[in-house]
Design a protein around this ligand. Structure first.
Ligand SMILES: [Zn+2]
Length: 211
């Protein structure tokens, strides 16, 4: 039996933010958000499904009405931020790592140059190497907001893929790369593709996958 994962990103889904969320999504084991969702939405999912929720922030962190809430906006209550972290989920025997944000296109928050992305990704490498020794594999699920260069990315500055992410996929071969940020209304653009050993999933809206 695989691990059933509910993924969320970018847009709120009425079926998720609903009183029927338990009957519709209650059979999942874990929730992963790839960013650009408000805290109240993620907190609703956590409290209603009573599941662990991992996340990274997107580039669109919605600003609170008052600055008192600023902290909570970027850190939904009860959720686990994967940014620049490698985490072992013992209950599901799952190795996760994450990087928030997108490539830099203006002066907004959570935007990084390719060089900054490289430094953050390389910062994960020692722990991924330790995973190999300890668990026999580097990584199971790589969670980001932006996509990897040349894989489900786009050519404009805001949506160009991250070179360091592609390197991580090629080097550490996670089973899954989950990302958001790509609002695909064009049905010809893929939301699911294979890169070597890695299944790459655009989590726009919501998805249910079995790992
Ligand atoms: Zn985005």
């Amino acid at each position: 039996m695989g691990i059933r994962v509910l993924t969320l990103s970018d847009v709120e889904t009425p079926a998720v933010y609903s009183s029927r969320i338990r009957s519709r999504f209650g059979s999942n084991d874990l929730v992963i958000s790839c960013g650009d969702l408000p805290s109240y939405y993620l907190e609703y999912v956590i409290s209603m499904l009573n599941l662990r929720l991992y996340y990274v922030n997107g580039n669109h962190v919605q600003r609170p009405e008052s600055e008192d809430n600023a902290e909570r906006y970027e850190h939904p209550w009860g959720a686990i931020n994967l940014h620049r972290k490698v985490v072992y989920d013992r209950e599901h025997d799952l190795l996760l790592a994450g990087i928030e944000g997108s490539s830099r296109y203006n002066d907004g928050p959570h935007q990084y140059t390719q060089g900054e992305m490289w430094r953050m990704v390389l910062g994960l490498a020692p722990q991924l190497a330790r995973n190999r020794v300890k668990y026999g594999r580097y990584l199971d699920v790589f969670v980001t907001h932006a996509s990897a260069a040349g894989i489900q990315d786009d050519i404009d500055k805001a949506h160009q893929g991250i070179d360091a992410f592609r390197w991580l996929l090629a080097t550490f071969k996670p089973r899954y790369h989950l990302h958001g940020h790509m609002h695909h209304y064009n049905p010809l653009k893929p939301n699911l593709s294979q890169f070597g050993n890695t299944t790459v999933v655009n989590t726009y809206g919501y998805r249910e996958i079995e790992i």
